[in-house]
Design a protein. Structure first.
Length: 367
């Protein structure tokens, strides 16, 4: 198949492309590298945030359009798959529909169905937008509600979801948002992780300090709960100075992030999620224990009845502090959790295995 993947979140499309290429498909990735994270791509379409930068971006897009034709599959990372206003995206989407066989919408992140489901239907005990029946009032949550509800972004998302040939979701939460509304064309396929065959589980010595890693996006710290995670980790580091090293990566490009992550023992993930993120899955593939989203629903959707490598926490300082302290005081649990982490990612997220699931999904749509 000839496949075009447009847009990028957390290296999902580039990793998927590597898997699809390895089984014989011709894949092109067009993206802005997910802004400062600077993920790899074949066609760079990044925008400088100035008026002149906007003109240059449109020129680059118009120049690239002829290259975005005659694909068997075009997959969009999100309804806002380019750095354009929603009203202009309708025209690009229709162009892609006219000039390619099938178009797939990705449910991988922030969009209308995620915001509206969390705010109105509230099927989750907690999320980026709610704690129980109460809506969160942090700045980012309010901004995203205003951005997606009752706006052109909502209209665009609904239009694409209604008219596209298939919808693929990468987390349990996004599947819950799309599947009830589009049951006949929504699938769940786990995120792909490229596992380094040379990597091995870090030998853990009970005599050394535990290396705890946290990645901080300065623009979304409160929204993702990183502020609470960081506060708990700092307090524990002060309390157990002889037992812990705290490593911090703050808004750095992906390659630098991985460099800082390597040789850690624990990664602190998103606080308001039921499931581990791409970065935490990558960490787990290296034998790093994830503290974050490991709710029962995460295991149920992948039919995992045995492995429980993720240290699940709920959205509170006390939960994070308590679960982290348990690991610090009982380091004998660390080697087994590291082993399970690697096994979990190899079993459910290996990029070759995921690429074959996508291949089957694409073939069903094309047939």
């Amino acid at each position: 198949m000839k496949i075009l993947l447009i847009g990028e979140y957390s290296n999902v499309h580039w990793t998927l492309a590597e898997g699809l290429r390895s089984i014989g498909h011709d894949v092109t990735v067009l993206s802005n590298g997910d802004f400062w994270k600077d993920y790899p791509r074949d066609i760079d379409l990044s925008r400088i945030p100035t008026k002149i930068g906007g003109y240059i971006y449109v020129y680059k897009l118009l120049k690239a359009l002829p290259r975005l034709c005659h694909f068997d599959i075009v997959q969009l990372i999100n309804p806002m798959f380019l750095e354009l206003k929603a009203e202009k995206m309708f025209h690009i989407y229709k162009y892609l529909r006219r000039n390619n066989k099938k178009v797939i919408l990705g449910g991988f992140g922030m969009d209308y169905f995620w915001v509206s489901t969390c705010c109105e239907e509230k099927p989750f005990r907690y999320s980026d937008f709610n704690i129980g029946n109460e809506l969160r009032t942090n700045t980012d949550a309010i901004k995203e509600r205003r951005d997606w509800l009752g706006t052109n972004k909502e209209k665009l998302n609904k239009y694409i979801a209604d008219s596209c040939d298939g919808i693929v979701t990468g987390l349990y939460e996004y599947w819950v948002c799309y599947h009830p509304k589009y049951p006949n064309k929504t699938v769940y396929i786990p995120f792909p992780i490229k596992i380094d065959n040379k990597s091995h589980i870090n030998d853990y010595s009970f005599n050394k300090k535990i290396n705890i890693f946290i990645g901080i996006n300065k623009l979304r710290s409160a929204y993702k709960g990183t502020d609470i995670m960081f506060a708990a980790a700092k307090d524990l580091t002060n309390k157990y100075q002889d037992k812990i090293n705290l490593r911090i990566a703050e808004s750095v490009p992906f390659n630098k992030y991985v460099e800082l992550l390597n040789n850690s023992d624990i990664i602190l993930d998103q606080l308001y999620s039921y499931t581990p993120s791409m970065n935490s899955l990558l960490a787990m593939s290296k034998g790093i224990i994830c503290v974050g989203g490991g709710e029962a629903e995460n295991y149920e959707i992948i039919n995992e009845n045995k492995l429980r490598p993720i240290i699940n926490v709920v959205p509170s300082y006390e939960s994070v502090y308590t679960e982290l302290e348990k690991l610090i005081l009982h380091p004998e649990k660390i080697p087994e959790l590291k082993r399970q982490s690697v096994e979990y990612v190899c079993k459910h997220h290996d990029y070759m295995h995921i690429a074959k699931q996508y291949e089957k999904f694409y073939n069903n749509i094309l047939s």
